[in-house]
Design a protein around this ligand. Structure first.
Ligand code: G3P
Ligand code: CA
Length: 333
């Protein structure tokens, strides 16, 4: 398996991962956004996965439904005491009745302003929430009709929270991969998670023969894991990760630290340290409407991370721009 993984993970050209689909152009995690990303030539397309009450893997970013769907209108009495509508409180047949819209920031009255105001309008809500099986059927169908081989990049969202609610997210995802024939395709599937114990469960207990990516956040974030992200970024932490994973998914700011007084980019050294441990580096997230501090444009962002930092792949809401940049870079060399 390692040899197969190595062939695409060490290819000269970095991989482009469509973050929640082509989410810069269409509402995240809709089949429309995934089809667009496929057409744009993304190498991998991301699925964030949570479970419905009846245990079906659903592709959506939050464990809540209220920031991206009309759940509060359709099921007004189904919020928990904290005011949120949890996917795990709804059966698949109820989730199928929801309509998905562009991400909004929900206020105390359940009203939401667009998170990215320049993107697709928040209304009307035209789309539905796909199951993981449905999304895989779409992407494999497009692979056949377009003659390509697009990868899945699946994130298990809040696995410890799911366990406390009585459901096993890791097993449910692997069951879908088994049913759809992706279980044994290490060239075409990455599994990613913020929780180290879940990745170890996938590798050691569930024997998943697929490359794993340890996502790295900040300890101050409310991530569903006991892991110490400051430790994971140390040499010792990276060696620990190399025991069960093939790469890391850090935030952009874990790599790029801003600029010197003379305008040169400053770096943390994380990419070199990870490479020294045999780990690939796929940071998140390239967004033209949310650039890191001191970066003036998307082209400069790509230059900093690809030409200077030497990353192996990237999550982006704008896969077309990154695919074209890498094609032009290759053509020029
Ligand atoms: O999975 C990589 C990146 O997507 C992590 O952040 O919050 O967008 O899932 P998030
Ligand atoms: Ca994700």
């Amino acid at each position: 398996m390692r040899d197969l993984v190595r062939s695409h993970m060490t290819s000269a050209s970095p991989i482009v991962i469509a973050h929640r689909g082509a989410s810069g152009y269409l509402p995240e995690h809709t089949l429309a956004a995934k089809a667009l990303a496929h057409g744009m030539g993304a190498h991998f397309i991301e699925q964030d996965v949570v479970l419905s009450r009846d245990g079906v893997p659903i592709v959506t970013h939050d464990i809540y439904l209220d920031s991206t769907t009309d759940v509060a209108l359709r099921f007004p009495d189904r919020a928990r005491p904290d005011g949120r509508f949890y996917a795990i409180d709804f059966d698949l047949q109820e989730i199928r009745r929801l309509r998905v819209h562009e991400r909004t920031l929900v206020d105390a009255n359940g009203q939401g302003a667009a998170f990215f105001p320049e993107r697709f309008p928040a209304q009307p809500a035209l789309f539905t929430l796909p199951t993981l099986s449905e999304e895989i059927a779409l992407l494999s169908g497009l692979d056949q009709s377009r003659g390509c081989c697009t990868g899945l990049y699946i994130e298990l969202k809040s696995p410890n929270w799911h366990r406390r609610e009585g459901l096993d997210l890791a097993s449910a995802v692997l069951e879908v991969l088994n049913e759809t024939g992706y279980w044994n395709l290490p060239e075409q599937v990455f599994l990613q998670c913020f929780d180290d114990q879940t990745l170890r469960q996938l590798r050691e207990e569930l024997r998943a023969p697929l490359p794993m990516i340890q996502l790295i956040g900040e300890n101050s974030w409310d991530e569903d894991s006991e892991v110490d992200y400051d430790y994971l970024r140390t040499t010792e932490g990276l060696s620990y990760i190399a025991g069960y994973a093939q790469g890391i998914g850090p935030h952009l700011t874990h790599i790029y630290l801003g600029k010197t007084a003379s305008g040169a980019a400053r770096f943390s050294g994380l990419v070199d340290s990870a490479h020294a441990c045999g780990l690939q580096v796929h940071p998140y997230t390239f967004r033209r409407d949310e650039l890191p501090k001191g970066v003036d444009g998307f082209e400069e962002l790509m230059d900093i991370f690809f030409r200077q930092a030497g990353i192996d792949g990237v999550f982006t809401d704008f896969p077309d721009i990154v695919v074209n940049y890498l094609r032009n870079t290759r053509a020029a060399t």
